[in-house]
Design a protein around this ligand. Structure first.
Ligand SMILES: *Cc1c(COP(=O)(O)O)cnc(C)c1O
Length: 307
């Protein structure tokens, strides 16, 4: 079934804030809510839906019905793009940084959604945006619209600047109240989009990098951010690196699910939420503060991690 691109992305979906309740938060006097943008769509929802919106609209406007995109073998962006293309009746090709025929639940689902997988070595992947590589792909697959890894382009950022407008029941905050908003950082468009469009002038944005050398994101974000909202990048909750987990993180993930009936993803939101609890524990997020953190989805990736 082919759904119109505009109809698919113009749905007036409003995400709820789920206010978490537990003894720890009560004791520390912190209001902590999760904005459930993951509920926008089971397959494409979370931040990836926002990043695809203007990219797929651009492909549609150019009359191109093949989408090429790029990612690692566990990529949420690959999964979301494949699903969106299936739903919208577009052809999709995923350039995957991996040995030939690597298989895991993410790639199986992408294939089931009709995505053709094009495996390349790490060395070739490093040059994936070069003219030579792109024209080689066009020789093989015909003309296409391509979206960089993670939806990390202008169109992706524009979509992320609409996230706040899809949130319902945003609380009213007075100027004397500390208000933080938080998101996980991958390539940075989600966090930059939230900072650029934050409706609360006194809020402070906290971006959590779940990988090593997270501080390298600061200049990249500074390029993307065009607002006066205060923001900082928090780099210490990487748990060994991108896609890595350890026992404290797994324990936190399980306890969080049990207590709040929310499934996080190990790569991004579990590390962010662990960080938020730890900052509260250390009084870096002070008594009386409110934190709204974005549940950006991506739980499909957990299948590759939960062994
Ligand atoms: C991709 C992803 C992110 C990172 O988004 P960026 O815009 O690349 O920073 C965060 N959370 C989840 C669940 C993701 O899948």
């Amino acid at each position: 079934m082919k759904e119109q691109v505009s109809a698919y992305f113009d749905r007036a979906i409003q995400s709820r804030i789920q206010w978490l309740q537990d003894d720890f938060l009560t004791k520390h006097g912190v209001k902590f809510g999760l904005v459930r943008i993951d509920e926008i769509d089971a397959e494409t929802g979370g931040n990836k839906w926002f990043k695809l919106k203007y990219n797929i609209a651009a492909a549609d406007a150019q009359g191109l019905n093949t989408i090429v995109t790029f990612g690692g073998p566990f990529s949420n962006h690959i999964a979301a793009t494949a699903a969106a293309c299936r739903i919208l009746g577009l052809k999709s090709i995923g350039v995957i940084r991996s040995e030939v025929n690597y298989d895991n639940p993410t790639l199986q689902k992408a294939k089931a959604d009709g995505m053709q997988l094009h495996f390349v070595s790490k060395a070739a992947y490093a040059n994936k945006y070069s003219e030579a590589f792109i024209s080689d792909l066009k020789g093989q697959y015909g003309n296409f619209y391509w979206i960089p890894e993670g939806g990390d382009n202008e169109a992706g950022l524009k979509g992320c600047e609409e996230i706040w407008s899809h949130c319902k029941d945003l609380p009213v905050f007075d100027k004397n109240q500390a208000l933080y908003f938080a998101s996980a950082i991958g390539r940075g468009n989600t966090f930059a989009g939230l900072v650029n469009s934050c409706p609360f002038p006194n809020a402070i944005g906290l971006g959590f990098t779940g990988f090593k050398q997270g501080e390298e994101m600061v200049p990249i974000l500074a390029q993307k951010i065009k607002s006066n909202i205060q923001w900082q990048v928090i780099t210490s909750y990487h748990f060994g690196g991108f896609g890595r987990v350890n026992e404290p993180l797994i324990d936190f993930f399980k306890a969080f699910e049990k207590e709040h009936q929310v499934v996080l993803d190990y790569t991004y939101t579990a590390k962010m939420c662990y960080g938020i609890y730890d900052l509260i524990h250390n009084n870096k997020i002070e008594y009386g503060s409110t934190v709204v953190a974005f549940h950006t989805g991506g739980i499909q990736g957990n299948k590759g991690i939960e062994k």
